[in-house]
Design a protein around this ligand. Structure first.
Ligand code: ZN
Length: 229
């Protein structure tokens, strides 16, 4: 792949997902992320309905809030997310990201998030075409592309999603959107370069940070090295 560096956005950040953290030492691990230069803390909220797994809610967001000043990037894999916006905002979430599949009127859903003082994000499952985001793009502060089927940490990256990242990158540039293009699922030192080249700027990583053999700081540094290579 030929990469045009001039056109590529220069900004980037790493958003470690606590889904792979050691929850007996959550505060310490978040502090390690912060000290190592991780930029956002990604929190994967699952309800056992929209996705089969069940994970965490506002209570954990509130615990993360006490552990760090980093923005809390909350990914809501839940039905009727609007019912919990207020609880998540109160718990200290900075970003609330909803699935377009769960929002019959995604524009008003994003407005609702902004009215609570949070940044509004939108995301979509691998099976959902990028065109479903069209109405949401002008309003979104963050657009998240999933490169695995949501539900569990540690799944294999779906390479076909790289073209979706590029397609959304093009649309965001066409409309002059300042939104962050974030990518989530199977991001590692093996996969980060290709999603970067497709136009992603914010990289969620779970196992590649919390499960990195040499530790959290080394994991974050290895990902950043790949981007700046
Ligand atoms: Zn996520």
């Amino acid at each position: 792949m030929v990469v045009c560096l001039d056109k590529m956005s220069k900004r980037f950040l790493i958003a470690p997902s606590i889904l792979s953290a050691d929850f007996t030492r959550l505060g310490e691990q978040i502090a390690e992320v912060e000290a190592a230069g991780g930029e956002w803390i990604h929190i994967d909220v699952m309800d056992g309905h929209f996705v089969p797994n069940l994970t965490m809610g506002p209570f954990i967001v509130e615990a993360c809030r006490r552990a760090t000043k980093l923005p809390l990037n909350v990914h809501l894999m839940i039905e009727h997310p609007e019912n919990l916006f207020e609880a998540f905002a109160k718990a200290g979430a900075d970003h609330l990201i909803v699935h377009v599949e769960t929002c019959p009127d995604v524009v008003s859903t994003l407005k609702m998030i902004k009215s609570l003082g949070c940044k509004a994000g939108v995301t979509l499952n691998p099976a959902t075409p990028a065109s479903r985001l069209e109405a949401a793009l002008p309003l979104a502060d963050i657009v998240l592309v999933l490169t695995v089927h949501p539900g569990y940490s540690g799944q294999d990256f779906i390479p076909e999603e790289v073209s979706k990242i590029a397609e959304i990158r093009r649309r965001l540039d066409e409309i002059g959107s300042p939104a962050w293009l974030e990518v989530d699922g199977g991001i590692s030192i093996q996969t980060i370069s290709q999603v970067r080249e497709a136009g992603a700027e914010a990289f969620v990583a779970a196992k590649a940070v919390f499960g990195y053999p040499e530790g959290i700081a080394a994991g974050i540094q290895a990902l950043k090295n790949k981007i700046t290579d």
